[in-house]
Design a protein around this ligand. Structure first.
Ligand code: ADP
Length: 413
């Protein structure tokens, strides 16, 4: 089955076409025909992609809105010039969508029908910046491929719906949960699930045997405690702002700071929230950049004090969460790193793991250094009782597989 995977953001559309079915999944031989993104939708959009032939392609096109972008994309991926080998729209059999928020209603991936669309609409209040784009993506795909095309929604929150009450409730008046659904939802669920699945495949374990801490460290960062293959705690909360230090997000802070900063700086509460989301984290501390690569270079080449501080606070917070999740899990078999930073920076991995010798984790420096650019493997020493791994996340593959499973009536986990 040829599946178009769409991940719709505010001005960017990431896409892939994945070929998968039961046999390919079992043999881990899913094919990726193309992957890429469309940026600057709304004006002269820039499309960059790479298909299975390995040739990078770049195009520009005037794409006034998302609908135009999806229409263009469908035409492109089914044309000879895309290098996918597809020649007609009817060769796209289904569309899988990343949907950010599924609230409490969506605990698994689902086939999109009008009741699911209403359900996603009902969740807009919880994710006003994301779910509207996701809905528009679904409408755009239907317009481009016809109302008969099967579409599946894969939610970022769904994997964390297994959190026990004591992990998802905040210690605030309980009626706020009942009345307004104020609780921890967690995000990056598709990524944590993908990492956990790949790790158990690599180590030959059953799902019920998985007891790990996963660290998704990209622009957004989150940690997840996984037991029996299920998420039992995660660092992002009601929104993706909570938890680890991120590129531009503060992660955990004292809630009383909102009012204090607003008063001192003459800002409204939404402005303070924007400051915590967009001007904080690595960017806020360093005053330089949210890009970890550049920060590491600044700290190394110019001994920039605030760049160093940003890196230190980032690693310290991550280690603190690992410690907390080891306690939540009653010990774990591995810590698994993923995301742009987790997959590429042996330096950050070393720093996070350095303070975990007490837990039986000892880094093999050569193995750690070798795990970059999408390579997967273990980088703890053989005698470590807590292992450390790099397992690149592959959310799009999981979305494609879930899309197939939902359409084929196979249970998703
Ligand atoms: P997103 O969360 O937007 O998907 P990514 O997972 O691509 O982001 O991660 C982006 C982050 O990964 C950036 O901070 C970038 O600097 C960092 N990164 C990528 N390569 C390296 C590297 N070699 N060393 C350190 N950080 C890196």
């Amino acid at each position: 089955m040829n599946i178009l995977v769409l991940n719709v953001g505010s001005a960017t559309l990431k896409f892939q076409v994945v070929v998968t079915d039961a046999e390919r999944m079992a043999a881990h031989r899913d094919d990726r025909l193309i992957r890429g993104q469309i940026e600057r939708i709304g004006g002269e959009a820039i499309i960059t992609c790479r298909s299975a032939d390995g040739v990078p392609r770049k195009r520009t096109a005037p794409l006034r809105d998302l609908r135009a972008a999806v229409e263009w994309l469908v035409g492109f991926v089914t044309s000879v010039e895309s290098g996918t080998g597809l020649t007609s729209r009817s060769e796209l059999h289904a569309v899988g969508h990343r949907v950010v928020h599924g609230g409490e209603r969506f605990q698994r991936s689902v086939a999109i029908d009008s009741s699911v669309l209403h359900g996603i609409e009902d969740t807009i209040e919880l994710a006003p910046l994301h779910n509207p784009h996701n809905l528009r993506g679904i409408e755009a795909a239907r317009a481009a491929l016809g109302a008969g095309i099967p579409q599946v929604a894969v939610f970022d929150t769904a994997f964390h719906q297994t959190l026990p009450e004591h992990a998802y409730l905040y210690a605030i008046p309980y009626p706020l949960y009942r009345r307004h659904k104020v609780r921890r939802y967690g995000f990056h669920g598709t990524s944590h699930r993908s990492i956990a699945y790949r790790w158990r495949t690599l180590t030959g374990r059953e799902r019920t045997d998985v007891r790990i801490v996963t660290l998704h460290l990209g622009n957004g960062c989150s940690a997840c405690a996984i037991r029996g293959g299920e998420s039992i705690d995660t660092s992002m909360g009601f929104t993706p702002l909570e938890g680890l230090v991120m590129g531009t997000r503060s992660g955990d802070i004292d809630a009383a700071l909102l009012d204090y900063i607003a008063a001192k700086e003459g800002l409204t509460l939404p402005q303070v929230e924007a400051l915590l989301n967009n001007q904080s984290g690595l960017l806020g501390i360093s005053g330089l950049t949210n890009d970890m690569r550049d920060l590491l270079a600044e700290a190394d080449e110019h001994q920039d004090r605030r760049a160093r501080l940003a890196i230190e606070i980032f690693c310290y917070r991550a280690r603190k969460y690992v410690g907390a999740y080891l306690a939540a899990l009653g010990g774990a078999d591995a810590i698994v790193f993923a995301g742009g930073i987790g997959e590429n920076s042996s330096e950050i991995r070393r720093r996070i793991c350095e303070g975990l010798q007490w837990a039986g984790l000892h880094v093999d420096a050569a193995a750690n250094a070798s795990l970059i650019d999408g390579r997967e493997g273990r980088f703890s020493t053989d005698d470590s009782s807590l292992a450390a791994w790099v397992v690149p996340t592959d959310e799009e593959l999981l979305i494609a597989r879930d899309t197939f499973r939902v359409i084929a009536g196979i249970e998703t986990t």
